[in-house]
Design a protein around this ligand. Sequence first.
Ligand SMILES: NC(=O)c1ccc[n+]([C@@H]2O[C@H](COP(=O)([O-])OP(=O)(O)OC[C@H]3O[C@@H](n4cnc5c(N)ncnc54)[C@H](OP(=O)(O)O)[C@@H]3O)[C@@H](O)[C@H]2O)c1
Length: 338
Amino acid sequence: METLLVLFLRLSWIAATLPIIIASIPIPKLNFLRKILLVFAKRGKTMHPSSFSSSSQKFTVPQRFFLHFYVVASIWTMFLLVATWVYAYRMVPLVMEPLSFPTLTSFLIGGLTIRTGSADLRHGYVAWQGVYLLLLMEAHVLRRLFETIYVCNYSPSARMHIVGYFTGLFFYIAAPLSLCGDCALKVFDCLANLVTEFIVRGKNQMPLPEIDFWLVLNPLTRLGWKHWIGAAVFSWGWIHQYRCHKILGSLRDSRHADEYVIPHGDWFEIVSSPHYLAEIVIYASFVVATGGSNLTIWLLFVFVVANLAFAAVETHNWYRRKFEDYPSRRYAIIPFIL
Ligand SMILES: NC(=O)c1ccc[n+]([C@@H]2O[C@H](COP(=O)([O-])OP(=O)(O)OC[C@H]3O[C@@H](n4cnc5c(N)ncnc54)[C@H](OP(=O)(O)O)[C@@H]3O)[C@@H](O)[C@H]2O)c1
C-alpha cells in the first residue's frame, strides 16, 4: 500500500512536469501547447484584465485566493507533522538502545541510516526524517500564510486561472505528503488505531501518555549532517524569500492600488523573480536533507523548478515589454543561466 501512495505521488509530479518541459522546447510545432499552458499559468501582472476577454475571465479567481493555498497547507502539514511525530515517538523508543552510541563514522556518512540493516531501525529513521522535513515545510507555509495576509498587496484586479487555482490546492496537499510519503500510510494506521482505542475504551479508560521530551526531540538532532546542511540551505531560501516579498509588498503606496513598478534590492538585482528563485532554494533543501536519495522528493523539486521557471520567463518578458529602462543585466530566475 505504501508503495502505491508513493507511486501515485511520483506519477502526479511527472504528469504535472512533462507538459511544462515539452512546452518549453523552442519548436514552432509545440506553440499550441505553450499557449494552452500560458492560459493556465498566467496570474497577476502577466494576466492583466486588458489582456483577456470577458468570457475567459469567467474561469478566473482573484489572485488573493493564494491565501487558500497556505491555509490548507498550514493545517494539512501540521496534521501530518503531529501524526508522524506521534508515530515516530511511539516506535523509536523501542529501538532506541542500539542508537545511543553514535560513532564518528556513522555521523559522517549520514547519521542513523547506516546503523544496522534492521527494518525497524530503517523505518524509525524514515519516520524521524519525515518529522524533520515536515517541520521545515511548516516553517515555510506558515511564513507564506503570514505574508499573504500582512505583507503582499494583491491588487483587486489581479486574477489567476481556475486551473492554476486547483493545481495550487493539489500542490499543497501532495507536497507535504511527498515529504513523508515513505511512512505516511503507517502513520495513518497508527492514528486510526489510537482513535479506535479511544472510541472503544472511552476517554476515562485511556492510559495517560508518558511523554519523555528528551526522546521527543533527541532523535531529530541525530539524523545526520546532510539534514543540517539541508536546514542551512532552507534558511537561506526562507530569509531571501521573505525579504523579496517585503520588497514586493512595499512597492505600492496604497493597499488597493494596482500599478506595477520595477523592484530593486536583495536578489532583485540579479533576477526578475527572486521570490521564485528562493522557493526553488527551499525545495532544493529537501533534496539536500535527504541526501538526494528520495525519488519522490526529487520529482517534487523538478516540478517546482519547471513550474516557476516557466512563470518567471513570462514575468521577465512582461517586465522587458512594459519598462524601457528595465535593467538589462537581470536574468529571469537562475543567475547566468536563465
Ligand atoms: N511552489 C510552487 O510551485 C509555487 C507556485 C506559485 C507560486 N509560488 C510562490 O508564491 C509566491 C507568490 O507567487 P506569485 O506568483 O503570486 O508572485 P507575484 O505574481 O510576483 O505576486 C506577488 C505579489 O507581489 C505583487 N507584485 C508583483 N510584482 C510587482 C510589481 N512589479 N509591482 C508591484 N507589485 C508587484 C503582486 O501584485 P498583484 O496582485 O497585483 O499581481 C502580488 O501582490 C512566490 O514566492 C512563489 O515562489 C510557489
